[in-house]
Design a binder for this molecule. Structure first.
Ligand SMILES: Nc1ncnc2c1ncn2[C@@H]1O[C@H](COP(=O)(O)OP(=O)(O)O)[C@@H](O)[C@H]1O
Ligand SMILES: [Mg+2]
Length: 369
């Protein structure tokens, strides 16, 4: 499989659930076409019931498409060779409550035939990556929803997958947990992993995805690069450093003279998430608590930075024995704080663009879920 080939290619994919008498019952997915390219973070955005989980389950080979074609890593989703290279975080985290974090990861490592040493090393690295080293020997049954979600994410990565499928990765998390999971996804992307995630939350998709498809009622209503989808091309915006009233007046007058009409002026706005995180960070400092709201996210070192050719385990062994830090490793903290994390135009959404996106969505998407 070369780089140009998509990691996932869906053409006119249809899934109709049938009832006991084999009569069509629910048209969950009604002919969707999309591609997920190597190394990108692709978002399936849509309200509850729009067909996101069904699509993900077809990609995993858990559900058989009713019609259309679907290739995952250039193979049928039912091919075990494709499955071995996938990682999956289900919508609900199912954990064995009487296993500890470490035992949980060890269990999944066994399913992938990893050696005892590999399992131990990977569990250590993953626990550190998700910030749960301190809870390595606690029963996962006692975990908060956020901790369980993070263990679920670690479990999805134990086999060093090339393609990671995350169904509502931030569901049920508070803003801090959400930010941590989003940072982890960005860290995986930097490692060259391909990620497909689903969400009904606009902010998740906006912050981490390169491209999105907006699903509604089983059909794709819009898809493309986030920046392009949201850009209002008919308008231009400039940002000036702080100007005195008089200077600003001069600039506006000059612009009016040149362009024929007076531009509107406002102040740039931060997003609520970064503001909230700053407030919490500040509060923690005041109470002397250790911070860690936005601890820079390293990524487990064993996760290979390029697509491992199967059998992945051999390639991993090489990587582990080399012991050299991988070149793309962003250590120790080149990652800017979340509120400055604006290298891509997608962060700088005008209110107008945001509203436009929201009009595409029906109102039954529950933002608090
Ligand atoms: N196993 C199933 N049997 C029948 N209908 C189903 C089944 N799974 C999902 N559906 C229906 O398919 C539609 C899409 O569901 P789903 O893919 O779970 O949506 P989403 O993940 O976007 O919330 C919904 O109407 C849902 O009720
Ligand atoms: Mg779902």
């Amino acid at each position: 499989m070369n780089d140009a080939q998509p990691m996932i290619a869906a053409r006119n994919l249809v899934k109709t659930f049938r009832d006991f008498w084999y009569r069509p019952k629910v048209n969950a997915v009604r002919g969707i076409t999309f591609e997920v390219r190597r190394g990108e973070v692709f978002g399936l955005l849509g309200p509850n019931g729009s067909g996101k989980s069904t699509t993900i389950k077809m990609i995993l080979g858990l559900l058989r498409p009713t019609r259309g074609s679907l290739l995952v890593l250039s193979r049928s989703p039912r091919d075990v060779r494709a499955k071995a290279r996938l990682g999956y975080l289900p919508e609900e985290t199912y954990l064995y409550p009487y296993l500890t974090s470490r035992e949980t990861l060890d269990f999944y490592g066994r399913l992938f035939d990893l050696s005892a040493r590999e399992r131990r090393e990977r569990a250590d690295q993953l626990l550190e990556m998700i910030g749960l080293q301190h809870a390595a020997n606690r029963l996962v049954g006692e975990f908060s929803k956020g901790m369980a979600r993070r263990i679920g994410l670690a479990q999805a990565l134990i086999n060093d997958p090339e393609l990671v499928l995350l169904d509502e990765p931030t569901s049920g998390l508070d803003p801090l947990g959400t930010r941590q999971v989003k940072d982890l996804i960005l860290a995986l992307a930097r490692r060259g992993k391909t990620v497909l995630l689903s969400s009904h939350l606009l902010a998740d998709v906006e912050d981490v995805c390169d491209r999105v498809a907006i699903l509604y009622n089983g059909t794709i209503k819009a898809q493309g690069e986030i920046g392009e989808l949201l850009e209002v091309r008919q308008q231009h915006r400039m940002t000036f450093p702080d100007l005195s009233e008089e200077k600003l007046e001069e600039v506006l007058a000059a612009m009016e003279r040149i362009a024929g009409n007076r531009p509107t002026v406002d102040h740039p706005r931060r997003d609520l998430e970064s503001f909230f995180l700053d407030v919490v960070e500040q509060a923690r400092k005041e109470t002397g608590e250790s911070s860690g709201v936005r601890h820079s996210e390293g990524v487990a070192n064993y996760l290979s930075s390029e697509a491992a050719s199967p059998p992945a385990a051999n390639r991993l062994k090489e990587l582990l024995t080399e012991k050299a830090p991988l070149p793309s490793e962003p250590e120790p903290s080149p990652e800017p704080p979340a509120h400055e994390e604006a290298p891509k135009p997608r962060k700088d959404l005008s209110e107008q663009a945001r509203r436009k996106l929201e009009t595409l969505l029906p109102t039954d998407a529950d933002p608090h879920e």
